[in-house]
Design a protein around this ligand. Structure first.
Ligand SMILES: [Zn+2]
Length: 381
């Protein structure tokens, strides 16, 4: 019987290594563009660590090196984004995506009446939220190594922003994607209130999953995956219904429906990468800096959002006349109001989980006599 397959660095490995070298140069170049002197960068850039040198809470499956100090200062965190470490690509993929979506928003702002034409308010909310989620994620990845508590709180915000993005999807899908036969139905009238409620469930479950990460890692991962998959499925009910109708009726699928399907394919890939931790699980240590699942997850999420935005814009333009004749125009309360309410409620959820987290930390510190060295204390978690 043959032994386990060997991953001895053929083409993909060469690509990863040359990619890492190229990215190192890019980071250095970015530092120079921002007038960060090389002396400052080289003297201030923090040392990187291997997996066994950092507390368990910072360790990632299949990533063996490139860890930043678990008690980095805010300045170290910012400087480390110009240094190749295992978070650099995570930070930049979503930072650049933020600017891409801001640019698209700016272009739309010039050609669309977002103020007085209420038909465009769902798109306004969606554009704000697709700029918010990659920005929050980029910040979370940048500052997640300030302390274990900061790491958890950074990702609480990240999850909150993803939940809000799911609300943005629901508001636009309810307004522009809803199939003709479901327009004015009970589901249509209650779609946004349900989506606001879903953001609370999603944020609460995903924040709670971080408390299970140390004692029950598999349960934690399953819970967090469920927290994101469930609002995604709810939001896409109108689209799934349209696809089902199209299959049943043997219709000629429109160009828009194809673009919606591209989004679904990338959404599926995003979920798969998030849950599977591939490829680094197959070859631990080979994808530490470039090519690990979280980076691919970020890229697929952004590409998926791009296709979703394109499909929404097409639906919005092509269905305007029919929707105007057959249903009421979107209300301020059902769009901007729902977003504002969800922001306040989700911030309250994040504040509650953060307070519980800090309380647990203080109780643990008090139980140990309160004079334990931070790093030693973290390694015990
Ligand atoms: Zn991320």
């Amino acid at each position: 019987m043959e032994g386990a397959p060997q991953f001895e660095c053929p083409l993909w490995c060469v690509l990863c290594r040359s990619g890492k070298a190229w990215l190192s140069q890019l980071c250095q170049g970015a530092g120079e563009v921002l007038w960060l002197p090389n002396g400052l960068l080289s003297s201030k850039l923090p040392q990187l660590f291997d997996i066994h040198q950092v507390p368990k809470v910072f360790q990632e499956d299949g990533i063996t090196s490139g860890y930043r100090h678990p008690r980095s200062s805010a300045l170290d965190c910012i400087l480390s984004s110009f240094q190749m470490n295992n978070e650099t690509v995570n930070i930049w993929t979503h930072f650049l995506a933020t600017w891409y979506f801001l640019w698209r928003f700016g272009m739309l702002w010039c050609s669309t009446d977002f103020v007085s034409d209420s038909y465009n308010w769902p798109l306004l909310v969606y554009m704000l939220l697709i700029c918010l989620y990659p920005f929050t994620s980029s910040c979370a990845h940048t500052f997640s190594t300030m302390s274990p508590e900061a790491r958890h709180i950074c990702f609480f915000f990240d999850y909150g922003a993803i939940s809000l993005y799911s609300l943005g999807c629901a508001i636009t899908y309810g307004s522009y994607v809803m199939p003709d036969c479901l327009v004015n139905s009970w589901l249509h009238h209650h779609f946004v209130p349900f989506a606001v409620f879903n953001t609370l469930v999603c944020t609460s479950l995903s924040c709670y999953s971080r408390f299970l990460e140390m004692p029950f890692p598999h349960r934690s991962k399953m819970l967090r995956t469920l927290a994101f998959v469930y609002p995604f499925i709810f939001d896409n009910i109108p689209l799934f219904h349209r696809l089902t109708l199209c299959c049943e009726d043997g219709c000629n699928p429109s160009e828009t429906l194809f673009v919606h399907c591209y989004h679904l394919i990338f959404a599926f890939l995003t979920c798969f990468l998030f849950a599977s931790h591939l490829p680094e699980r197959l070859a631990p240590g080979h994808f530490d800096y470039i090519g690990h699942s979280h980076q691919l997850f970020h890229i697929c999420a952004v590409v998926g959002t791009h296709f979703q935005m394109e499909a929404l814009l097409t639906d919005m333009a092509s269905r305007r006349a029919w929707l105007a004749a057959n249903t009421v125009v979107p209300s301020f309360l059902g769009t901007v109001g729902a977003m504002a309410l969800a922001v306040v409620l989700n911030l309250a959820v994040i504040a509650t989980f953060s307070a519980v987290l800090l309380q647990v930390h203080h109780c643990r510190a008090a139980n140990r006599g309160g004079n334990v060295q931070p790093t030693a204390e973290l390694k015990e978690q």
